[in-house]
Structure formats: C-alpha cells, structure tokens
Design a binder for this molecule. Structure first.
Ligand code: CA
Length: 232
C-alpha cells in the first residue's frame, strides 16, 4: 500500500518510514503542510499518518481540507499531548484514529494495519482468488492450503492485484503503490517481482493466475467461482 507520512520530527519520521517500508509499504515522507499538500495533489494514497503540530500549519486543518475535498483516505493522527480537546478535534476533523506521542512503533503498525483493512469489506477481510487465499491481517498467503512464503514487496504486490482481480493494473500504478514516488532503481523491478510471485504460486497442472497484458501491465485472473462479491 502507498502511505503518506506527515511528520516534522525527522528522527521519528526516519524510524516510522523504515518500519513501514520493511512491512512492504511505499512511503512518502513530508515535514510540512505545504509539501504534504503537494504530494496529495500528485499521488493517490491508501493511508495518511498525520502529525498535529507542523512548522507551517496545523495537521487538523489539513485533515479537514482533505475531507472537504471529498477524500475518504484513512487518516491516523499523531498528537503530542494526551489532550482530550486534540483527540476530539482530530476525530471531528475527519481522522479515523489517533495515537498519542510517545508511542511504540508496533502500536502504530497495528493501527495502520487495522485502518488499511477497513475498506476491504469488514465482513470478509480475507481475499480469495482461485486457489490463492490472502489474509491481510495475518499477512499470510496460502495456495491450496499450503503456506506460500513471500517477501513484503511480493505480498504487497499480490494484495494490490487481488483487490483488483479481473482488472488490468498498469505497471506504473503497481510501481507507485508498491514502491515509492521517487523509486529510481531497476526499471523492470515490477516484472522481476511478478516473475517471482508466479514461480511461488505456480502448482503443477494449474494455469498461471497472473496474466500479462502486453504493453500495459498485469491482471489477476478472476476465477468464475469467485463471484461471491469479495472485491466489491
Ligand atoms: Ca510536530
């Protein structure tokens, strides 16, 4: 998933970025309201972690503005004090959850996971496509009931494809949501990861579930038996 972290405390920001990237997210970090607004204009995010006190403005104002523009992106607010007014204000401004500083990283990671699985239909948070079953909460993938060990990036890539089963996902969109805005490594990184995923998910006698759409990107084949409406 692609996250925007708005936090002016650089050492805290570094720790959070490192942790979230290790979990397989693409993270853009902003230290000011202005640069956050710029990132929001250019990119689509799956979640925003937003500090209240920023050098050039107020996280609460930014949250209100995001909601006023009609965005439903989950917002996790970070407050410096355990202040009831701040917490209530944050929720009123449209934040989905808040965390009081100081906090331990695993606590933030748990809130992020909870917020990211919320839109995916709380009745069936587990994604199923053909023989592949992905559990976003447990961070596990099973193929024919056999656990498939994936790297965080592979997991993220597969989750993105499964949430859009049957749709063509452009290579650029995959790069944007699974890596970050300024990724400038290998240009074939998406193809390399897709190849690894296929190899890990392949079973004798079963056809490839990730299809190549020439010149565009990839599509996870929607199994006719999956018409349970899991993917909305
Ligand atoms: Ca701050």
């Amino acid at each position: 998933m692609r996250l925007l972290l708005v936090e002016d405390d650089q050492s805290l920001s570094r720790v959070l970025v490192r942790g979230l990237v290790e979990e397989g997210h693409a993270v853009d970090a902003s230290g000011t309201v202005a640069s956050a607004e710029e990132s929001l204009m250019i990119n689509q995010y799956d979640l925003i972690v937003l500090d209240l006190g920023l050098p050039d403005g107020d996280g609460m104002e930014l949250c209100r503005k995001i909601r006023a523009e009609g965005s439903e992106v989950p917002v996790l607010m970070l407050t410096a004090r355990d202040d009831v007014a701040d917490r209530v204000g944050g929720l009123d401004a449209g934040a989905d959850d808040y965390l009081t500083k100081p906090f331990a990283y695993p606590e933030l990671a748990a809130r992020v996971r909870a917020l990211l699985r919320r839109p995916a239909n709380s009745a069936s948070p587990i994604l199923q496509s053909g023989q592949i079953r992905l559990d976003p909460a447990a961070h596990t993938v099973h193929h024919d009931d056999i656990l498939v060990p994936l790297t965080p990036r592979e997991f993220s890539l597969l989750e993105y494809l499964m949430r859009r089963a049957g749709q063509v996902c452009q290579r650029e969109a995959l790069l944007e949501h699974v890596w970050d805005a300024h990724y400038d490594g290998l240009s074939n990184v998406v193809d390399v990861h897709i190849a690894n995923l296929r190899r890990k998910l392949e079973r004798p006698g079963s056809s490839n579930s990730i299809e190549t759409v020439r010149g565009v990107g990839y599509r996870l084949r929607r199994d006719p038996s999956d018409e349970s409406g899991d993917n909305g």
